[in-house]
Design a binder for this molecule. Sequence first.
Ligand SMILES: NC(=O)c1ccc[n+]([C@@H]2O[C@H](COP(=O)([O-])OP(=O)(O)OC[C@H]3O[C@@H](n4cnc5c(N)ncnc54)[C@H](O)[C@@H]3O)[C@@H](O)[C@H]2O)c1
Length: 350
Amino acid sequence: MVIKLGVIGYGGMGKWHAKNAPRAGVEIAAVCDIVEERRKEAEAEGYKLYKSAEALLADPNVNTVVLTVPNYLHKEMCLKAAAAGKNVITEKPAAMNVAELDEMEAACKKAGVFLTAHQNRRWDKDMLIVKKAYDEGFLGNIFTIESKLHSGNGYMHEWHIYKKYGGGMIYDWGVHLIDQILFILPGVKITSLYADVKNVLHEEVDDYFKIIMKMSNGITVHIELSTYILEYQPRWLAAGDKGTLIVKSFGCDGNIYRTGQMLEKLPPQITETVAGPTRQFAPIPPGGIVTEPLPEVKSDWVDFYENVSAVLNGKEESKIKITEVRRVLAVMEAVRKSAETGQAVVPGQE
Ligand SMILES: NC(=O)c1ccc[n+]([C@@H]2O[C@H](COP(=O)([O-])OP(=O)(O)OC[C@H]3O[C@@H](n4cnc5c(N)ncnc54)[C@H](O)[C@@H]3O)[C@@H](O)[C@H]2O)c1
């Protein structure tokens, strides 16, 4: 079976799916949007067009839909699509909360259709480098992982700035950053989570969060996002007892740092610095730290749709399982709870 995709919502991501999914052999069967200007844009690309999701869902040629509408509409659209017998790929966040996702999953199960979420940042090379370090152990025992995303772009726009539409950065990027950590550390539980969430520039929705998670294997995870930290910090830091890895940006620039022999042989000594005497925190002498290039990783996002296609043809398991999607939503709920109460919490993990 070939995926004959109906794109519900032809905004930023709707256009992106329509343009890129065909790389995996997907046919774009139809597109819909309630806004005329968007429909004109779709028409210019030659897509079969509908004015509403309901009309698109009645098209027998569409066997799968991708939900690229604002977050608050994912559940409603999913239930309609399932009732129409279509497989569902929902954009992230799959739902506004765990309860909504459970309804979506139940409806898809009842209708005998497939449900997955477009957690596309599992294919990001910057993250996969950190995953490789964890899987292969070349940093020794990792004790901390920091995932940071800072931007000077400041303001969000349109529906993203309203709570009722599912705006805010926890929904927008928190879902990716949490999913990536759980993907890097499969089978590892969160024993404790503390979060701080702020509205720095936006009245209604969050635009800063810091999440600290203590993991059952001893790793401490720090996730920090801000739309308004103006000097970028490295996207990733992973530190183990055999080295430190820094990935500076999505572009995968960075290094592995290890102690050179010279530093290991230095006897403990007091060093005078401009800030006073210190043993551990003096500047490291030349040659004390050696750098290595980051490992190469291979990844192509097209694998997402190839996997969906293989699942629908009974050849593979889904790479984005609803159990994983549910766990991420549960962690997002724990983030809000911790931020509201000021207390550390233990998220639901199953
Ligand atoms: N995976 C990613 O990398 C990524 C990146 C950006 C956004 N997203 C997600 O994609 C989804 C869409 O975000 P976006 O940035 O494309 O938003 P957008 O505002 O650019 O596009 C949404 C489109 O949906 C249309 N729409 C609204 N209600 C509709 C309805 N009832 N029926 C049909 N069309 C309707 C709007 O007119 C608009 O064209 C969100 O869930 C968002 O979180 C994912």
